[in-house]
Design a protein around this ligand. Sequence first.
Ligand SMILES: [Zn+2]
Length: 139
Amino acid sequence: MFRLNLAGVRDQPGKPVIFNFREQLAPVEGPDEIVAFIGPVEAEVNVTYMEGQYWFNGSVRGRVELMCARCLEPFEYPFQVTLAEKYGRGWCQDDAETAPMEGEPVDITDTVVQNIIVSLPMKALCHSECRGLCRAGRC
Ligand SMILES: [Zn+2]
């Protein structure tokens, strides 16, 4: 889980605070299939508190297992995505006047996973020259 404690960020307005993560994530639902992560997902996220909002900037990388659209073999697909999110007081459920997330670690796992999923190719190929189901002997 990608969880950040933002108390220290809010104490230093305008100053980015860096969070580093290395997490093993559960398989997620991708564009065509369930996508499993190979090894941990690494993320570096900068969070800056400015004018009542938290600005998240970061990069996330790791590897997933995809199935080749041509030969139907599973293969490793490395991904790298950037995060650029902004959160304001809307995050606080109970009282809009209270500064959000006080003392509470914030879980951005869903945001990270969504960014990874949209970066995955719809028709993934194990290799740009993949010739498909050659084992049938017709190519
Ligand atoms: Zn292939």
